[in-house]
Design a binder for this molecule. Sequence first.
Ligand SMILES: CC(C)(COP(=O)(O)OP(=O)(O)OC[C@H]1O[C@@H](n2cnc3c(N)ncnc32)[C@H](O)[C@@H]1OP(=O)(O)O)[C@@H](O)C(=O)NCCC(=O)NCCS
Length: 409
Amino acid sequence: MTYPIRPIDESEWPSFARVTEEGFGWTPHPKEMERYKRETEFDRTLAAFDGDLIAGVTSIFSLTMTVPGGRMPVAGVTSVSVLPSHRRRGILTSLMRRQLADVRERGESVAALFASETPIYGRYGYGRAAHELSFRIRTSGSAFTANAPADPSLRIRVARPADVRADLERLFASVVDRRPGRYDRNARTWDNVLADEEFDQHGAGSLRSVLAEDDEGVRGYALFRIKASWDGNGVPDGELRLRELEAADPAAYALLWRSVLDRDLVSTVQARTRPVDDPLIALIADQRQLRAGWSDELWVRVVEVERALAARAYSAAVDVVIEVEDDVCPWNAGRWRLTADPSGAECKPVEDAPDVTLPVAALGSAYLGDGLLMESAAAGLLREHSPGSVRALATAMSWSPKPWAGLGF
Ligand SMILES: CC(C)(COP(=O)(O)OP(=O)(O)OC[C@H]1O[C@@H](n2cnc3c(N)ncnc32)[C@H](O)[C@@H]1OP(=O)(O)O)[C@@H](O)C(=O)NCCC(=O)NCCS
């Protein structure tokens, strides 16, 4: 059975949104639903129809994302859902195939997404490309190392986030190109980041902010909520839930963390999504106090091998023939010679014998620089024909800092 696929127009929004509500078991507040509709790019939606019924959906945000050495357009895949009555009939598979063809036609060479479950997207050529840590730390064990940076010209200013939105936007825009995986925010993204309805608060009160600044201006900010409480003995036991902490330099970064960790009446600081190489780890004197959970974050799909591999920078020189396996985007299948060094890269189709054979998902995993090719090689998931070629490719594709989006889409 086939289910015709096409973008929806605005009049069909309620039926489109209904599929995501059912698929995710999501009961949005009407204002949350308004936000969802406002941020949707209708010309980038796709719906699969069973007669008049929308049975499956997906959509894309047109992002500009930081990649190693540069920035590029990336298709941010979102709103993937199939009605429970229509699951496991191949609807997602047809949506994904159509979507990837559309992405290619539009000229984007990379797609990225956040997965609700990890087993779903590998079959469509997406690879796990970035990771996140979630921290929990008792403030009593949060002292910094003695040589932590300090800048006496810096001070902390307490401000309502809505009052300093322009400062937050400016600061974020100044750091967005520093780490692969980060992407530009438009006005609607900021509306969501700063949203502060009761249902946004999850019982932890208003969104608060502190700025680190000097006489020249703002050098960083932290956004957080505080769930105030006292234990049975009347001892303060508040929890600070960090939403974001961005800084232009290490001294502002350290001061903002100190401000958060030293907040009166707070015994625990929780940060749900932080990069795996968060400098905080090096700043804390007693690192075992940082209780960390680890999870996947961005998944990346290389949609056009030739353009995608030539578009990013490389940490080391490499000259390797990669044989790519790709059933979903057959234009990628074949042999590609990647010649790259820190000054530039070229990727061209060739007939030469391959140095390594890999599934396209492995290239997606490595694309933002997380260094996952060596992990895949150690797990026996790649085929190396020329000894040392995987290590050379992995070294060239790895990057510091590690990729991290920091904000889901
Ligand atoms: C995930 C979801 C979109 C899959 O849709 P679907 O139309 O049932 O998927 P398909 O029928 O095209 O499945 C294709 C293949 O993926 C597998 N698959 C699909 N969802 C899977 C999952 N959650 N876990 C593991 N495998 C899954 C199927 O078993 C099938 O495998 P096969 O080709 O070996 O038979 C749907 O189950 C859903 O809406 N889930 C809830 C919302 C959600 O999690 N969306 C993803 C957001 S990131």
